[in-house]
Design a protein around this ligand. Structure first.
Ligand code: C2E
Ligand code: CA
Ligand code: CA
Length: 407
């Protein structure tokens, strides 16, 4: 269990044009223990506070409908200014409008904790504040690394795969594990993928990184398989890798050299990764499939031409993006995307994975909707090899399939 969030250490910015409402919101926050509460009557004033390095805002609580600069424009500026604040929308506007603003915030890379109706109360605000901590390693808390440091870490053997279980919803059996890169940084501890992968991609160094990750992860997979756990391995591929026509040969060799069969490995690619150089991407993916690897379409639903991609490539699995998992229960539009994705996947005979399942209600919903597999903190967090192996061993004997040994 996580300790309760320490609200007294967080820095808030309340944006609300209505004087009394603004006062109320500040009051509620202070009642919850907040010590640093800034406030502004409109987006313009809010931005000034936000951009002032001294104020270092963690969470913005904002109205949508305000004169001068409305909440939408404020969100765009927050995204552009960076610093990755979390946002809580306080609005009594129509639900579907609030929902589309949620999507917009996401597109601008502003982390939306949720929307609440006015008047704001401690009871409806607190659960959202808890989410501020629950999110993935908040980029704002991560130091920014330059490429030299990252390469130094990579070549210094400081990067390794963590493993996150994929569990079959019907039976509860562990079917696979996704390798997620982590940097065991000598000064900063465990650093998440988002802090170094984008820079490796942009600087043309992702190929070197991918080979190191794939080799290490395949080694891990070989080790658990040799202990008898029939658990497959999922690996992520970047868009840049798909442009290299030698990719499939390389990957096949790497995996086989570690004693793992391509049949036990799935490569995950996002739909946007295929947008760049379609010809090469298709050549690589077809060849990987021909070698026997599984292919998974990652973050399904967030791209622009998902359906078309599905018909072009022989995918074997579809991963429903976390955002839809999060919203499926209470947003009818997300629910519709999920239902139609699952139905489509069924018709195409693809396995389906609900990614980022964090709670029992989410698990129940996806199970009911017929999703094949689930992955997320509700089941297990990404763990280093040792912890993952202990976790596998600790599952009741029936919940992990055993490798059938040929006689
Ligand atoms: P992704 O492939 O979509 O991976 C899922 C992300 O969701 C992971 O973040 C995982 O830790 C996180 N996650 C899993 N369950 C939950 C949950 O219940 N709740 C929440 N809030 N998050 C959950 P992570 O590990 O930070 O990785 C971020 C992204 O970095 C990945 O997104 C993937 O695109 C990329 N990545 C990670 N490892 C590699 C790698 O080895 N190679 C490449 N090319 N990309 C990688
Ligand atoms: Ca993935
Ligand atoms: Ca994903």
């Amino acid at each position: 269990m996580n300790p309760p969030i320490d609200i007294s250490e967080l820095r808030f910015l309340v944006v609300e044009d209505h004087g009394f409402q603004r006062w109320m919101m500040c009051n509620v926050l202070e009642g919850l223990g907040a010590r640093y509460v800034f406030s502004a009557p409109n987006g313009r004033a809010a931005l000034e506070i936000f951009r002032d390095r001294e104020s270092r805002i963690d969470i913005v609580v904002s109205d949508l409908d305000m004169p001068e600069m409305d909440g939408m424009e404020l969100i765009r500026h927050l995204g552009e200014t960076g610093g990755n604040p979390s946002l809580v929308l306080a609005s009594d506007l129509d639900r579907s409008l609030v929902a589309s603003v949620e999507s917009m915030a996401r597109a601008y890379a502003v982390r939306l904790l949720g929307a609440i109706e006015k008047p704001v109360s401690a009871k409806n605000l607190l659960p959202l504040l808890e989410l501020h901590r629950a999110g993935p390693l908040a980029p704002a808390l991560l130091p920014a690394f330059d490429i030299e440091e990252i390469l130094c870490g990579l070549r210094g053997d400081q990067m390794e795969p963590f493993y996150q279980a994929k569990v079959e919803m019907g039976s509860g059996m562990v079917r696979g594990a996704e390798a997620l890169a982590r940097w065991r940084h000598p000064a900063h501890g465990i650093v998440g993928a988002d802090a170094f992968i984008p820079l490796l991609e942009r600087s043309g160094n992702i190929a070197e990184f991918t080979r190191i990750m794939v080799r290490a992860a395949a080694q891990g997979c070989w080790r658990w398989r040799s202990l008898g756990f029939d658990v497959g391995l999922s690996l992520n591929l970047s868009q840049e890798s798909l442009a290299d026509v030698g990719l499939a040969e390389d990957m096949t060799q790497l995996v086989i050299d570690q004693g793992v069969s391509p049949r036990d490995v799935i490569f995950e690619v996002t739909e946007s990764a295929m947008a760049e150089d379609l010809g090469r991407a298709l050549e690589n993916l077809s060849r990987l499939r021909m070698k026997g690897f599984g292919l998974s379409i990652d973050d399904y639903g967030t791209g622009y031409s998902s359906m078309q991609q599905l018909t072009r490539i022989a995918f074997t699995e579809l991963k429903i993006d976390q955002a839809f998992v999060r919203n499926a229960a209470d947003r009818s539009s997300s629910r519709a995307v999920v239902e139609s994705s699952l139905e489509l996947a069924g018709k195409l005979r693809l396995a389906t994975v609900a990614e980022g399942v964090e709670s029992k209600p989410e698990w129940d919903l996806f199970r009911e909707l017929g999703c094949t597999l689930a992955q997320g903190h509700f089941i297990a967090r990404p763990m280093d090899f040792g912890d993952f192996l202990d976790w596998l061993k600790g599952r009741s004997a029936g919940a992990v399939a055993r490798v059938q040994r040929a006689r």
